[in-house]
Design a protein around this ligand. Structure first.
Ligand SMILES: Nc1ncnc2c1ncn2[C@@H]1O[C@H](COP(=O)(O)OP(=O)(O)OP(=O)(O)O)[C@@H](O)[C@H]1O
Ligand SMILES: [Mg+2]
Length: 290
């Protein structure tokens, strides 16, 4: 049996040597159905293909569908963690290219009803687990609720997905404003999805960035532009992630470009964001039930 001092020494050593990149990204949108889950899943797989270790957490409470997009179904859900005391690590499932994911669905609503003991158990186990990853991607539901905000505000950055449609743009700005009012320093990165070409994507980005700059005093950068691509609908119907279904489609290429951009960043920022920061924020928000 390892004694406590030894365990502490091992933990310290681990913290010191922890120079691998670590990033938590919450994927949000104002309007529903704009491509968050497809982006989250395919971006995650693309990161895996580049050798990163990724945990994709489907946090669309009650409507999770990341599993459906890859034609898999997880053996356990968060409900099993809570009701049956199944360790958190056992509810993690494996997707393509070594992707790890926690499926969503109705079981997730249990996360919102945790008592203090369960919050400690959840965050305690999660803090151990996330040390095994370089990226934690949180696929959120559309809009923002008091509960989803807890996860969003714990992340290091927020990826806002929008299409060029005016309704989607307006809702994207609203959700950014909402988040900004709770935390004015969390970085926003925009993904313009279903764009009819580069130019429309750039124009959409500029409109949102201008509004954020003018009314919120915020800088917003452009993470990428994903074209409207019929092969995505085909991939969804076949339940195959689109970057696997059509590796060389325009949308797949766009995802790869974003992966390269993202892959370059955490290395530079290594040490700035630590898994324990994510956990301590999450703990604070989950305990604060208002
Ligand atoms: N770039 C694209 N080109 C063509 N169709 C797309 C594209 N992105 C998404 N779609 C279509 O939009 C649908 C919705 O995508 P997705 O489920 O990823 O959205 P979502 O934002 O996660 O939705 P929800 O708000 O319900 O969680 C897909 O099933 C697909 O048919
Ligand atoms: Mg979704």
């Amino acid at each position: 049996m390892i004694d406590q001092a030894e365990r502490l020494r091992a933990k310290l050593k681990e913290e010191v040597s922890q120079s691998h990149p670590f990033k938590t990204i919450a994927v949000v949108s104002g309007k529903g159905g704009v491509g968050k889950s497809n982006y989250s899943l395919n971006f995650s797989i693309s990161l895996c293909k580049k050798g990163h270790r990724v945990l994709l957490f489907d946090l669309d409470i009650g409507m999770g569908n990341v599993e459906i997009l890859m034609g898999r179904s997880a053996q356990y859900s968060i409900a099993d963690f809570i009701k049956k005391d199944i360790p958190l690590k056992n509810i993690i499932s494996e997707g393509p290219f070594g992707l790890n994911y926690i499926g969503g669905g109705t079981g997730l609503s249990h996360i919102l009803k945790l008592d203090d003991m369960q919050i400690s158990r959840f965050t305690g186990e999660l803090s151990q687990l996330i040390r095994n990853y370089d990226y934690i991607i949180l696929d959120m539901g559309a809009g923002i609720t008091e509960e989803s905000a807890k996860f969003i505000l714990s992340a290091q950055e927020v990826a806002v997905i929008t299409t060029p449609e005016p309704t989607s743009i307006t809702d994207a700005y609203s959700v950014m404003k909402h988040i900004h009012l709770m935390d004015d320093s969390i970085p926003f990165h925009l993904v313009i999805n279903r764009s009819d070409g580069e130019r429309e994507g750039q124009e959409t980005y500029k409109r949102i960035a201008a509004a954020a700059s003018r009314f919120l005093g915020r800088d917003t950068d452009l993470l990428g532009i994903i074209p409207d691509d019929r092969s995505i609908q085909q991939a969804v119907k076949r339940q195959i992630p689109f970057i696997i279904y059509r590796e060389n489609s325009a949308a797949s290429k766009a995802i790869r470009t974003m992966t390269e951009k993202a892959g370059a960043e955490p290395g530079e920022q290594a040490g700035e964001h630590h898994p324990s920061q994510f956990i301590s924020k999450l703990k604070k928000f989950l305990f604060n039930r208002g």
